[in-house]
Design a protein around this ligand. Structure first.
Ligand SMILES: C=C(O[C@@H]1C=C(C(=O)O)C=C[C@H]1N)C(=O)O
Ligand SMILES: Cc1ncc(COP(=O)(O)O)c(C=O)c1O
Length: 269
């Protein structure tokens, strides 16, 4: 079902700025047993993104009620997606006078292959395409996702499950639709994401979870070689949670020490 500003509807005006310029942001939420998982973090990120893009705030209370209502229709697992557009208005790029924020809530079934990925782990390719440096937008989950569309095509052409993506300076950033963590000894590393990448909700949650363990976390800028020296690697997003990486570029990563600790904490929340 697709709800636009709370009403069942499937079309948006051609002049909507999300369509014209990708002028908006979104989040994709896992539903478990009728509840939106990590809703406070999803809401926080939407609020931060709306504020960073100077979009007029929608009615957050009404949005929360809608998300919980849609989630309640899933007795097992499901997905609810929230997309916020600046709406119709302005002239050209200028958004002056454009304050008719549009909120689109849709829901989907959960991608079943993630259950197998969580259990067995996945092998990653290494993308030849590089992410640009976009400090104005770094971390935001905005609607301009053409880099990811092209990266996904590269995956599909190569038959990869997912791939490590580097920026133009050769630093490891993320994968096509997830954040990346790796461990050496008691230190867990994750890319800094100050010039590129998405600040994932699951990344934020994993960062919180690490704080209560024997591991410490470092935000880093590392090349592929740095990543490949890891003892353990895992990737995260809101729908698949934590997925172990078994192999990259001919190197095996059989250890699952930190991911086991973090999964225990994740599933006890
Ligand atoms: C692209 C979307 O959402 C992202 C992708 C996934 C996924 O493919 O599993 C999960 C959460 C988001 N990071 C989307 O259109 O929902
Ligand atoms: C490029 C990219 N990085 C990271 C993520 C992970 O974000 P989240 O944990 O909020 O799902 C996503 C999900 O859309 C993504 O598309």
């Amino acid at each position: 079902m697709v709800l636009i500003n709370g009403c069942e509807q499937t079309t948006v005006p051609v002049a909507d700025r999300a369509m014209q310029y990708g002028d908006g942001c979104f989040t994709t939420i896992l539903v478990e047993l009728g509840k939106p998982r990590l809703w406070p973090l999803h809401l926080q990120r939407l609020q931060k993104n709306v504020s960073a893009l100077y979009i007029t705030e929608p009615d957050w209370g009404a949005l929360a009620r809608l998300v919980h209502q849609r989630a309640a229709s899933y007795s097992d697992k499901g997905v609810v997606k929230v997309l916020i557009s600046r709406g119709v208005g302005g002239r050209g790029y200028s958004a002056i006078g454009c304050d008719d924020t549009q909120v689109v809530v849709s829901d989907f079934s959960w991608p079943q292959h993630y259950a197998q990925w969580q259990q067995q782990g996945i092998e990653l390719g290494v993308s030849e395409q590089r992410l640009g440096l976009v400090p104005m937008l770094a971390g935001l989950k905005h609607l301009n996702r053409l880099e990811q569309v092209l990266l996904k095509r590269e995956l599909e052409c190569n038959g990869w499950q997912d791939a490590v993506v580097l920026d133009v300076n050769g630093h490891v950033m993320e994968t096509t639709a997830s954040n990346v963590f790796w461990r050496n000894g008691k230190i867990i590393y994750t890319p800094e994401l100050d010039v590129s990448g998405v600040h994932g909700v699951m990344r934020a949650h994993v960062i919180e979870l690490i704080a209560g363990t024997e591991y410490c976390l470092e935000f880093v800028k590392k090349t592929l070689e740095g990543l490949l020296c890891a003892e353990e690697i895992f990737i995260t997003n809101a729908l698949m949670a934590l997925v172990p990486v078994t192999r990259i570029d001919g190197r095996d990563f059989p250890e699952r020490t930190a991911i086991s600790v973090l999964n225990k904490r994740l599933y006890s929340c």
